[in-house]
Design a protein around this ligand. Structure first.
Ligand code: TRP
Length: 342
């Protein structure tokens, strides 16, 4: 159904942990929605994860698990180019070429690198202690991910906007030097509206994030999911007392997660909390039921896809072919423009 004029939306997903509810609400659902509107290119950024994941088994597991999650959540591999970054060697060739037009100063100013330096200085360490060149060059690899697929827009979280701006800068440097023979497309970041725009609270009430270890993993067995939901903090307001739904982490998770089919349940729950007479225990049961109803079919599909030799392998193999074809065109033009190859 893709029209030839449709713009390309690309995003990379770094496989550094078990997929959790925050990923589904904040990244996966908005990206799948964008896929209705754009020609979408989504990939697993396994080489980006390598700057921090040191356990080979774990890296392989996370890569597969994140890929399976996106497909289980509804990504259609026939309509989206879906692949694993490391399956596209063209990316690495272009990374060197574009490193040669990228100022070192630009990398010095990258947020992630600067934050690592600041932490070191504060701790009285060498500024670059523990910083590997992968972390330092990270923005160049990411720029190539974006530029090699001729992306128009890049949906990302706020923390990644600078990287997309860097991709635009690097494309600009290349175009300035070689633009008479070939121009790279200059991309733009977009921050998809994630549901209500509120942050999703985790098990301790802070923002749900792997780094706080407070997530609700997506594919827990039912009994464990129930246990986790019980752990979400509540105050000691008695059952009869009126409650503020917007001040409750449990209700916020319910509201942000609930699919349209559960809208009536959410509205009714809000009313009952405000009126008094609904306790936190009952609210947690409502949340568990909504989560479990929605996640059960995803869990089943996920388990199938995680099996060796499942459909997932075929999807990713086809995705790699399509991605390499696209990347090969851009790389070929760049090589020609810069004087590499005969
Ligand atoms: N750096 C991104 C993150 O940490 C992942 C990523 C890698 C990416 N390459 C990309 C995102 C290209 C968008 C486009 O989330």
């Amino acid at each position: 159904m893709s029209q030839p004029v449709a713009k390309v939306s690309l995003t990379g997903i770094k496989p550094t942990g078990e997929p959790h509810l925050g990923n589904l609400i904040g990244a996966i659902r908005p990206a799948l929605q964008l896929a209705e509107q754009y020609d979408s290119v989504y990939f697993i950024a396994d080489y980006h994860a390598l700057t921090s994941v040191r356990d080979p088994k774990l890296l392989r597991h996370y890569s597969r698990s994140v890929a399976a999650t996106w497909v289980a959540a509804g990504l259609d591999p026939n309509r989206t180019i879906f692949y694993v970054q490391s399956d596209v060697p063209e990316i690495f060739e272009l990374t060197w070429a574009l490193s040669c037009v990228t100022g070192k100063g630009l990398m010095n100013r990258a947020h992630a690198y600067k934050a690592a330096r600041d932490r070191n200085v504060e701790a009285g360490e060498e500024p670059d202690a523990g910083v590997n060149m992968g972390l330092y060059n990270y923005p160049i690899l990411m720029a190539v991910d974006i530029l090699i697929m001729e992306s128009d827009v890049v949906p990302v979280g706020k923390d990644q906007v600078q990287h997309v701006e860097y991709a635009a800068d690097i494309a600009g440097s290349f175009n300035h030097l070689y633009g008479e023979s070939y121009r790279l497309k200059v991309p733009q970041a977009i921050i998809p509206d994630a549901g209500t725009g509120h942050t999703l609270p985790g098990l301790d009430g802070r923002k749900m994030s792997k780094s706080y270890d407070n997530t609700i993993p997506l594919f827990l067995p039912e009994n464990q999911l129930k246990k986790l939901v019980r752990r979400i903090p509540t105050d000691s307001t008695p059952v009869e007392a009126p409650k503020d739904p917007d001040g409750s982490a449990v209700f916020q998770i319910l509201e942000q997660f609930a699919p349209p089919s559960a809208a009536a349940v959410v509205a009714d729950t809000r009313k009952r909390l405000e009126a008094g007479g609904m306790g936190w225990g009952e609210l947690k049961n409502v949340l568990f039921d909504v989560l479990n109803t929605e996640l059960a079919p995803l869990r089943e599909r996920y388990d199938e896809l995680m099996q060796p030799g499942s459909d997932l392998d075929a999807y990713l193999a086809e995705g790699a072919v399509k991605a390499r074809e696209r990347a090969g065109r851009v790389l070929g033009s760049v090589r020609e423009a810069i004087g590499i190859g005969r």
